[in-house]
Design a protein around this ligand. Structure first.
Ligand SMILES: NC(=O)c1ccc[n+]([C@@H]2O[C@H](COP(=O)([O-])OP(=O)(O)OC[C@H]3O[C@@H](n4cnc5c(N)ncnc54)[C@H](OP(=O)(O)O)[C@@H]3O)[C@@H](O)[C@H]2O)c1
Length: 358
């Protein structure tokens, strides 16, 4: 039974996708005698946490005999935008709290559970913890490493090509795969491409999902060394243009953008990943969705900067074309291998995801 209510927490949590970063996605369910009394989720960064949203929906102050399900340990610290949740759970006399994951945030890290237990509340942890970890993989990664979570996404033919040599690439994969990739964009703070993809494809790089209206779109990042960036493309002219940044060298001329939309790095060779991540962090960007092309993929993968790959393979062959990656390994023992792989079919394609543990 715990699993059923925890799965409901995950479903609720997902309603905050794209809106809560850098916070985790969290859902909460209040149950009495096997029946759901109330639900809540964290809908927006700076807004009420899932537990607070639930209590708002169900203002009864005596919840003795009730179980509270929540996919992340309730917070106990006060240095944040909203009041801590554990004291409120205690004040309402919830009998039992069932949790999927302990919050790795050093300011919580078991303290929320200790506070509940000290007040005599029974706490059960670890319910569907692998699923809970997967749901909030971006948050857990940042908390544990201090680094952005970087997903490399590509749409490829079976023979590893992402475009014809003349740059034509629309479309390699099915509509279903392309829709799924929009969901991936939604989960990340920024979508990043190389300048050649901008010049050839003029992509919008926005999240477009049916039945989902977004209050904010992910940032869009364009990497260039030359500064040869067309200014009449969608990312610089549409309604989200103020959320597009160019990443380049200190001395590259980019005249048409306000200076605050140009991220200037001290060097491009070797590529200063750490400097970039610091600058992105100052903008509130803690996760990247790399969307090509080959040069950008190769830069990040070859330097072991990728946390996860998400590759859609169409059952098609291109022959000559642009490779998904373009680097040379010294020997077969050096093959780059993923862990936690998942292979599923989507539309007419195969979706492969895998993680790197560097
Ligand atoms: N099927 C797919 O999933 C998919 C996805 C995306 C793109 N594509 C296709 O891929 C093709 C483009 O791929 P591509 O490999 O030629 O180009 P790309 O990776 O999109 O862009 C390469 C450009 O990025 C900039 N860049 C790369 N490394 C850099 C570094 N270390 N420092 C600074 N700037 C750097 C440079 O821009 P400057 O030249 O301005 O200096 C470089 O020319 C297009 O045809 C597109 O349609 C396919």
């Amino acid at each position: 039974m715990h699993e059923v209510f925890m799965r409901r927490c995950f479903e609720l949590a997902l309603q905050g996708a794209g809106m809560v970063s850098p916070n985790p996605m969290v859902g909460a369910v209040l149950v009495r005698e096997g029946k759901i009394l109330a639900e809540g989720f964290h809908a927006k960064h700076g807004g009420p946490h899932a537990e607070a949203a639930l209590f708002h929906n169900y203002p009864d102050t005596d919840l003795s005999g009730c179980d509270l399900y929540i996919n992340l340990e309730p917070c106990s610290h006060t240095k944040k935008l909203t009041p801590p949740c554990a004291p409120e759970i205690i004040a309402r006399r919830v009998s039992r709290v069932i949790i999927s994951n302990i919050d790795p945030n050093p300011q919580v890290a078991g303290n929320g559970i200790k506070m509940l237990e000290a007040a005599g509340i029974q706490v059960i942890t670890g319910v569907l913890s692998d699923e809970g970890e997967k749901l909030n993989e971006i948050f857990f990664h940042r908390m544990r490493t201090g680094l952005p979570f970087i997903t490399l996404k590509a749409a490829s033919t079976l023979d590893g090509k992402i475009a014809l040599n003349n740059g034509e690439s629309k479309w390699i994969t099915s509509q279903e795969s392309r829709l799924d990739a929009h969901y991936g964009r939604l989960l990340h703070d920024a979508v990043m491409i190389g300048a050649e993809t901008l010049r050839r494809d003029n992509p919008a790089l926005t999240v477009r999902l049916p039945h989902k209206t977004l209050e904010r779109q992910p940032y869009r990042l364009i990497l260039t060394a030359s500064g040869k960036i067309p200014k009449d493309v969608q990312v610089f002219t549409d309604e989200h243009r103020h959320r597009t940044f160019v990443i380049t060298h200190e001395e590259t001329r980019i005249d048409f953008l306000p200076p605050q939309q140009v991220i200037r790095l001290s060097t491009l060779r070797p590529f200063p990943f750490e400097e970039l991540y610091q600058k992105l962090s100052q903008l509130g960007i803690h996760s990247l969705w790399l969307e090509g092309g080959s040069n950008l993929h190769t830069l990040f993968l070859a330097h072991k900067q990728v946390s996860k790959v998400q590759i859609y393979l169409a059952p098609k062959i291109m022959g000559q074309g642009i490779n998904i990656f373009d680097f040379k390994l010294p020997d077969i023992a050096s093959l780059i291998e993923f862990q936690n792989t998942e292979v599923t079919t989507i539309g007419s394609d195969i979706k492969v995801t895998g993680k790197f543990h560097h």
